[in-house]
Design a protein around this ligand. Sequence first.
Ligand code: ATP
Ligand code: MG
Length: 341
Amino acid sequence: MTTQTLSLEDRIAARPGDFRVLTGDRPTGPLHLGHYFGTLRNRARLQHSGVDLVVVVADYQVLTDRDVAERLVPTVEGLILDYLAAGLDPDRATIFTHSAVPALNQLVLPFLSLVSVPELQRNPTVKDEIAHSRQSSVSGLMFTYPVHQAADILFCKGNLVPVGQDQLPHVEVTRTVARRFNERYGPVFPVPEALLGAAPLLLGTDGTKMSKSRGNAIALSATADETARLIRGARTDADRHITFDPQTRPEVSGLVQLAALCLDEDPHQVAATIGAAGAAALKRTVTEAVNEFLAPMRARRAAYAQEPGLVRDVQRAGNARANAVADQTLLEVREAMGTRY
Ligand code: ATP
Ligand code: MG
């Protein structure tokens, strides 16, 4: 069989050393179950199977949908603890903040020249985020951050991007940037592939995408009591009988899916077991399943939080490694573009 006919998972399993994962998160709040089942679990799994893992804490991109980035220091530290709690190995992962890597950011300028304004305006995820934005007017960063994301991925020649569904249009922008750069200036970049998780679009307690910024998320670091309260307050609908039907019953089906993912069961089966017992029984099932699933992660997080200097060391080492890689890539880019005088 040629490599062309193998699935992405098969190609990774056959040659994990050929892959470098680049993915990341905005430091806008604690990581939640949507992150875990959308991307984090894949990151940990890939790392343990021998794939090189680079994770960007996308601090500049906090400013896409708000005027000022607040409480960045504690939020970034919390994010790193969430990564470690979710199973990322601090000794082997490169975890960095993109604002600390100047050469990465310099790639944004040539990359912007490779995409048109209508292409940027058509991006469906950007349009959705504008609809949910707290800003009265849309900033230039909102339209261009997918190109910044291309720099996040390509600075380290990442070729595998484990993400949730909302990121697919952005990975497509990165693929376009890589292809066009290579066509125009010669081969420098890989054309990366997206890898979706078990739940590419996990819904929150209001039946819309679980999201740090929408107040509908169950954080990995929430206490068992907070989790119970959030799930008790979750939106359901008037139909007492519990079914799994994401198209017509997003609120109830989102809760069923949460339980199913945590229990590693089929969602239709979970719904059928609850059936006529109704929403209160569903919420009890979800609460127990989530709390049991998250207990070991919460314990790991608490243990890592006790280690003095750990988060700072992870950041310092990650930023240093990312800077070395970005400096090298920028040299190659300038060489290819004829700007290395
Ligand atoms: P914000 O609301 O601040 O944008 P977010 O919750 O959308 O936060 P991001 O930092 O934008 O989180 O996304 C980080 C990664 O997690 C991306 O790969 C994204 O696709 C994935 N992700 C986020 N929310 C979900 C979700 N509800 N289901 C699946 N994947 C998700
Ligand atoms: Mg987001």
